[in-house]
Design a binder for this molecule. Structure first.
Ligand SMILES: [Zn+2]
Length: 215
């Protein structure tokens, strides 16, 4: 792909430096203050991407590349936030950060402009965190008949338009919004659509306790 815009080119080069530094900090043993500082650095970089995304005159490939860089660096940011939360004993926030990091990087992989397998190592690491650091838990899931949906790109009924959820279009992510649904069942499952909807408590020593900390 050819990047024409000089600012996009610069951001692309800056991304390499930021991502490399961030990976060196996104290791559990690194000092927490260094990690908090890295969060600030990445947030500033994301602000830069956001302002460039609003710029007119960029071609579709450039806009999609910017959004790809944003989703990728956001998932590294979330990984560092997960580590900080674990160190500060904020376990439920650590879980949310990890699940969001997994979500962001899987969207980035779907929209990788070059070679999606470059992200495999990072995706595996996030999956390993889930298995090694947290207990096996169950999730809530709802099923029903979807009556009305909307595409976030063209605002038409999702089933009637040509966009695909999870794909980038001119720097915007396509989502299938559910506007009306007839609820049929709610169940407890092992593999849910969203791991944010998790079981919160369990019984331990005869008491209801937090499922992660047992406190
Ligand atoms: Zn659409």
């Amino acid at each position: 792909m050819i990047i024409i815009n000089i600012e996009v080119k610069n951001i692309f080069e800056e991304f390499d430096v930021i991502a490399e530094n961030a990976q060196n900090i996104a290791i559990f043993t690194r000092d927490i203050e260094l990690q908090k500082n890295e969060v600030l650095i990445i947030n500033l970089f994301i602000e830069k991407i956001d302002s460039l995304l609003l710029k007119t005159g960029l071609i579709e490939e450039e806009l999609n590349l910017l959004l790809f860089l944003k989703f990728t660096i956001e998932s590294v940011l979330l990984e560092i936030q997960m580590i900080i939360c674990l160190k500060e004993n904020k376990i439920d926030l650590a879980w949310s950060a990890l699940i969001q990091a997994q979500g962001q990087i899987s969207i980035a992989a779907k929209n990788h402009p070059f070679n999606p397998s470059n992200l495999d190592g990072f995706i595996n690491r996030l999956n390993l965190y889930e298995k090694l650091l947290f207990p096996k838990i169950m999730f809530a899931s709802v099923g029903g008949i979807i009556k009305e949906t909307k595409c976030t790109i063209c605002k038409l009924e999702y089933e009637e338009c040509e966009h695909m959820k999870g794909k980038f279009y001119s720097g915007k992510l396509c989502l299938r919004e559910i506007h009306e649904m007839e609820l049929e069942e709610a169940s407890i499952v092992e593999n849910p659509a969203s791991k944010m909807n998790r079981i919160l408590t369990t019984t331990y020593n005869g008491k209801d306790v937090d499922i992660f900390t047992l406190i």
